[in-house]
Design a binder for this molecule. Structure first.
Ligand code: HEM
Length: 178
């Protein structure tokens, strides 16, 4: 049962991450050698950084279920389960810190990339995709902070961890970028 669920979740993660990396390989669209600048930096480069950060951000879909699975089955998987669980926890803490900061950076850098590219191309779909990234970050932050009421945190967790907002965001970004 655990295995089936784990496999399904991992598969979904791979299905989201692989097209993103394939897309990354193809290079950015509008690659006609004439790139707008913002703060002295090419917006194309900012777009590439944001995209790579976003790819890192969604690897959480593979790490989290794998972490939960290894933690649950540590007795069967490791020779020294207690030690291994401690190590896993340390890796998870570090990984999640990276998840928060790199995802947040993806939103800021992606926003600058979009703003700088506006005179060239300003379709609503880019901004709808970016709004999805903002929503993911906001709900992620609300989940972590203690001050909002429990109801708000619960709703945020739901929006953040179910895949609909994320998939819609990625589809919008994909389609907008041609
Ligand atoms: C573009 C931005 C982001 C994307 C695409 C994203 C995506 C995801 C996904 C898909 C999960 C679910 C992993 C799973 O359980 O399978 C997750 C978990 C999580 N994210 Fe994000 N995230 C983003 C930004 C953030 C930010 C900025 C924060 C915090 C400031 C954050 C905090 C969290 C937390 C705390 C969890 C773990 C929830 C749990 O324990 O079940 N995320 N993220």
């Amino acid at each position: 049962m655990v295995n089936q669920r784990l496999m399904a979740v991992l598969l979904l993660g791979v299905l989201i991450i692989v097209p993103l990396t394939v897309y990354a390989d193809r290079g950015m669209p509008h690659d006609d050698g004439d790139h707008p600048m913002i703060f002295g930096v090419e917006t194309k480069m900012l777009g590439e950084i944001a995209r790579n950060f976003m790819i890192f951000s969604v690897t959480v879909m593979v790490w989290k279920p794998a972490f939960i699975y290894m933690n649950k089955n540590a007795n069967q998987l490791f020779e020294t389960p207690k030690e291994s669980k401690k190590k896993l926890k340390r890796v998870d803490t570090l990984y999640m810190r990276l998840h928060y900061w790199i995802s947040f950076a993806a939103v800021v850098i992606g926003g600058l990339h979009g703003y700088g590219s506006m005179e060239k191309d300003n379709g609503w779909m880019y901004w709808a995709g970016w709004a999805g990234m903002v929503l993911m970050s906001l709900t992620g932050a609300l989940m972590l902070w203690k001050w909002p009421p429990k109801k708000v945190r619960k709703g945020s967790r739901m929006l953040h961890t179910q895949r609909v907002v994320l998939i819609l965001t990625i589809v919008l970004l994909f389609v907008a970028h041609g």
